[in-house]
Design a protein around this ligand. Structure first.
Ligand SMILES: NC(=O)C1=CN([C@@H]2O[C@H](COP(=O)(O)OP(=O)(O)OC[C@H]3O[C@@H](n4cnc5c(N)ncnc54)[C@H](OP(=O)(O)O)[C@@H]3O)[C@@H](O)[C@H]2O)C=CC1
Ligand SMILES: Nc1nc(O)c(N)c(N[C@@H]2O[C@H](COP(=O)(O)O)[C@@H](O)[C@H]2O)n1
Length: 227
């Protein structure tokens, strides 16, 4: 299976109660300085960094490598300054003035479904490569094959809650790293590390093997292998 798709890992930052934002669903700083630097290293070491359209609309991330030194090293080894930036966006809703287009150099891919409005796809195709996968919603397995065919061998997923779940549920994730910060956010409407549909029975749970735990800033980074 793995040879048909990239090695894929999710990185996220959550509160001690598992929230990745507040109920306002806007970007919240959970990581400390050391963790943000660790995340930057993960980005720099990846072929591509991917988010869902919910994260683009909520956070407007640039997903660039922040360290000049890391960007320089990438260029020295024949890569673009930034990994390919990917948005999973069934209906081609990515704003044309999103920061992923405005900030940093390098390739962008917008993954749309076959039902995405043609005019939106046309407009986005001037800013990014368009990868079509799925009928009404992006088919993540088809997408993963498409990314592998584009020589994306190491894929970093940076959320949000819905895409994280979709990727894990589709059996497309090899590893998870999560920074757990020293705060509680609460709220039933605040996004958690994994939202989506969830499961009904314990037997359906996705098993993990703990690989590493590392105190960082005022929290801890947990690294898990997905069984
Ligand atoms: N603390 C952290 O580390 C991070 C926090 N966040 C936070 O997370 C929140 C955003 O999360 P969320 O709203 O869940 O949005 P996501 O970024 O997870 O995007 C979800 C959207 O992706 C699209 N999508 C397309 N195909 C699929 C598929 N097969 N499976 C799943 N999703 C698919 C859907 O929209 P469509 O049908 O239109 O395609 C879906 O609504 C924000 O509050 C943000 O601040 C985000 C990243 C990291
Ligand atoms: N690792 C991490 N820690 C946090 O505390 C965060 N809030 C996030 N958010 C993610 O980073 C994206 C922003 O990236 P840029 O700084 O714009 O490059 C954001 O969209 C989330 O995916 N991550």
């Amino acid at each position: 299976m793995l040879k048909d798709r990239p090695f894929t890992f999710i990185n996220s930052a959550m509160s001690a109660d598992g929230k990745i934002s507040t109920k306002k669903r806007k970007q919240v700083k959970i990581s400390g300085k050391t963790d943000f630097d660790r995340v930057d290293g993960l980005r720099a070491g990846s072929d591509a960094v991917m988010v869902g359209i919910g994260t683009v609309l909520a956070d407007d991330p640039s997903l660039t490598v922040k360290s000049e030194e890391r960007r320089r090293k990438r260029v020295e080894s024949g890569l673009d300054e930034n990994p390919v930036r990917i948005v999973v966006d069934s209906q081609a809703r990515t704003p044309l003035d999103a920061d992923i287009f405005k900030k940093g150099t390098g390739k962008r891919i917008i993954v749309v479904s076959r039902s995405a409005p043609a005019d939106r796809v046309e407009a986005l195709s001037k800013k990014a490569e368009i990868l079509v996968a799925g009928e009404c919603q992006v088919d993540l397995v088809e997408m993963a094959h498409g990314l592998k065919n584009r020589e994306i061998n190491r894929l970093m997923v940076e959320g949000g809650a819905t895409l994280n779940w979709g990727m894990v549920r589709s059996g497309l994730v090899d590893e998870i790293s999560v920074f757990v910060g020293n705060l509680i956010i609460g709220g039933k409407d605040a996004p958690t590390f994994m939202d989506g549909e969830g499961i009904l029975e314990r037997e359906e749970a996705i098993g993990l093997e703990l690989k590493k735990f590392e105190p960082m800033d005022e929290g801890i980074v947990l690294t898990w292998r997905v069984k």
